[in-house]
Design a protein around this ligand. Structure first.
Ligand code: FES
Length: 63
């Protein structure tokens, strides 16, 4: 399911990012671009990252 339409970012991509890089919103936003265009997805994307981060064990939780 798409979280960010502008950059075609899916929940699965956010989950994969969280697994590989941790749960840092700014880092995720910079890498995947979610929330960096119209901005309407920002709250939804942040919520998705937070929710997904409770389900996955990040490789490096210090980020
Ligand atoms: S829907 Fe994500 S920036 Fe527009």
């Amino acid at each position: 399911m798409y979280v960010c339409i502008c950059h075609a970012v899916t929940e699965e991509q956010i989950k994969d990012f969280a697994r590989a890089h941790g749960c840092n919103w700014r880092k995720m936003s910079r890498e995947l671009k979610a929330g960096t265009d119209c901005g309407t997805c920002a709250i939804k994307a942040k919520r998705a990252l937070k929710n997904l981060c409770t389900q996955v064990k990040p490789a490096d939780a210090s980020n």
